[in-house]
Design a protein around this ligand. Sequence first.
Ligand code: G3P
Ligand code: CA
Length: 290
Amino acid sequence: MHARVVATTAVAVLGIAAVLLSPTSDARAGGADEPTVIGHRGAAAYAPENTLPSIDKAAQLGITWVENDVQRTKDGELVVIHDDSLKRTTNVAQVFPDRAPWKVKDFTAAEIARLDAGSWYSPAYAGTRVPTLAQYMRRIEHNHEKLLLEIKNPELYPGIEQQTLKLLGNEGWLDPGHLERLIVQSFSADSIRTVHELKPAVTTALLGSPKVAQLPRYARYTDLINPSYGSLSLGYVAAVHTVDGPHGRRLGVFAWTVNDAATARALADRGVDGIISNKPDMVRAALRSD
Ligand code: G3P
Ligand code: CA
């Protein structure tokens, strides 16, 4: 009897420790089933997406987790930008008018460093640059933030997984303390599997809504399934939660991109572990007023 109590207590303590050590553990840190709130592309509703001012804004709002998108320049520098073209979020068409369609992969880091990535959003952000991933990681560290890093369009950038992990390691982000503040995600299952195989300690997420029958296969190398919120049902979230991931914890679910209070509350009711939003302060307030 005593042994059973000790064993039960030990299992409970280990379970609590596993939750506390999980990068997604503050998904329920609010106690009352409050999902983690993640600022999409920083705080994209309030500052130009994927820039240093955008993650500064998230920090000012008290939002700890931010999301970004990582791609690679012609000369091999990792940069933070969403589209595969520079056109929408920089003044590249003015600076390099004869280089349409202005693909990120066709410009050097020095050329991209000349571009204005803020004026398209507001004159108040004129002169803002496309950050390199190294610059971005240093600002995240300075701000004491946590990062949901998306490897964007990995099919365009062979070896980007290894290169990203090398940079993260060089910046000190693969030590145990930082690993709790890092999740690497992609729409590409191959990319996520590669990240897991190269650095099994990294928490990973697969973007999309794979069929329930396929979840055990993905769970060999992904810790979270991160779907678009549109068709996300309570049943699907529950089904994901029945599967254990590569680190022995149940798979998590972070839904995107949620920019209104009612949807945020509905998703919390469906049991999601995280909500990714351009207006993370609004989502946080909605969840707390529930
Ligand atoms: O983090 C989820 C979301 O960022 C995925 O879509 O196109 O905004 O990168 P997208
Ligand atoms: Ca993204």
